[in-house]
Design a protein around this ligand. Sequence first.
Ligand code: SAH
Length: 361
Amino acid sequence: MNALKRKIIDRIKASGPISVAEYMSIALSDPEHGYYMTRDPLGRDFTTAPEVSQIFGELIGLFFVQAWEDRGQPRPFYFVELGPGRGTLMADMLRAARKVRPEFVDAAKIVLVEISPMLRGVQAETLSTVPVKWVSQFDDVPRGAPLFLVANEFFDALPIQQFVKSESGWRERMVASDGNELVFSLSSTVAIPESPIAIGDVLTDSILELNPTATEITRAIGPRFDEHDGVTLVIDYGYDKPALGDTLQAVKANSYVHPLAEPGEADLTAHVDFAALARASRSYVLGPIPQGAFLESLGINVRAGLLKRRNPERSTEIDAAVERLTGPSDMGRLFKAMTIFEGLDQEEPPGFDAACGSSHR
Ligand code: SAH
């Protein structure tokens, strides 16, 4: 048995079952054995869009340049990324931005929100030519200037709470121990999740998920925009309508494993509930729209065509990357993009034409 599983079982034996959220938080960020704390999982356990192709980050960079221009080119501004992984997205965004608007890069104060000391090291290498500041949580991002914020595959990595509808009402899903194994169980007392779905008629055994940290971060963005303006772009896999179901998943070496089998050794994530983010937001929202539609609207096909003309020997590889990012059975539909922005007398951020004017406050 791995050391972290031993530690969790000992803790459960001493003080009782822990919630799924606590379990996820320990498995991912235990300072000694947590999944993100000790390794660089990108490319080994899973591959994210920026790691698929430089085109992804370049288009997102141009998204932010456009949003910055539409807002009168504020200087300075905070260019913030939540959970930057290897720093690839930030590097690709800055390279594309520098080509079209060097002033954008000069005005950007880059802040990375990252808990993993190991990944901070990788980011420092990737971004060695630009000044970068690291913080551990969104709340520590400095205030006092407009905020341009991006989060790709970040919200799915935050601990979720799960609730199960039992005959006697909602109960929180817990993790208990059975000998040398971890097993799911239910809280002994009734727990009432704060969600519009929890009120309706729900079949017994249905699972409802909440992501309190994602909600808190989203709620904190609006007030910053009220003070200094800004645009947020969230891209992740998830669902756009309130829904029930168990989306907790563990991935190791590109294959699914049981979420309780190897804490600390598999990536543990849950699908993002975009409707919950939109409800928590206290600013204007567009989307979510499918990643495929978003990237097409930002001009992925034109950009791929250009790259292919310059590098004909890479044509097949470029076509494959575009298909992977936009294809409906690849990342094109399950992954979604949503923007939160200060919209009072301001342009809507680019790329959201498919969102059919769903901007609201
Ligand atoms: N955005 C990157 C990496 C996604 S993996 C990409 O698209 O390639 C998730 C990232 O979020 C990792 O960098 C991980 O260390 C970081 N992370 C996970 N939980 C976090 C938390 N609670 N606070 C800050 N960063 C976190």
